[in-house]
Design a protein around this ligand. Sequence first.
Ligand code: AKB
Length: 313
Amino acid sequence: MTGAAGQVGTDLVPVLRRRHGQEAVIAAWHRGRLADEVAESGPAMELDVTDPAAFQDAVAANGITQVYHLATLLSAAGETDPDRAWTVNLGSLRTVLDIARRSTVERLFWPSSIAVFGPTSPRHGTPQETVLEPTTMYGVTKLAGEALCRYYALRFGIDVRSLRYPGLVSYSRFSGGGTTDYSVEMFLHALRTGSYRCFVREDTVLPLMFMEDALRATVELMTAPAAAITVRGSYNLTALSFTAGELAAAIARRVPGFSCTFEPDFRQAIADSWPATIDDSRARRDWGWRPRFDLDAMTDAMLEGVARLGAGA
Ligand code: AKB
């Protein structure tokens, strides 16, 4: 797994190690720091995914059969450094797809995002196939990446699978650089200081998902029979849509005295360009996707997790 020090990797490595064995999952990271649980529970290596030779060597030396290629710059970080977003997000995807053509790699997971949509996509019930005109470099790389995945699947038979993750809400690792970060920061600040200055408007609605649902979706997609996978770009995936104000209210009901103010910054425009609700009926039909966490269950689990782990690393 690349990007193993990031928000998804930190939680997905332990899940995969429980399924496949501690030694079977190599946690590769480049920036940041691996979580202790990840570093201590199995093999790890430093890997710069923008170095094709190093990536190729890592796969060959370890006889890798599946790659979870999670290394990425998120939407807000991508606007700060669009060149690097292009190289990391898209260049490294092309590298790993090429590696898969000539190696032991049998299956590849690569996350896309709701960022492939833009202001011209339908905002409600956004369908699987629709207008895709993203306005961020992150969205551009995810859209081009989906096209690459589809091409490599059709042309070379690469078994690549992908999900358009909504904003993911989790407590093990706050990685930063995203537009949906407010949905995690709100919990951290509620328990640390009792107040939060939210960088999007109170009425901002985005599709969000508790990490446990996202991990299960990832494993379900990766273990589905190849014949069931009818989308080789990336599947729409959704669980919940709620406003920033509704999230603040759900936290305030549980954290007495919590107060939230709303002061939009440049990330508001990114949030406004993304859908409010998503139609994920293809994922439901093809491999049986069903989310489990609603807003109340997620809020309870987040407050418990943030309190236990000291407000997330
Ligand atoms: C971001 O906000 O950039 C990500 C995403 C929705 O892909 N969380």
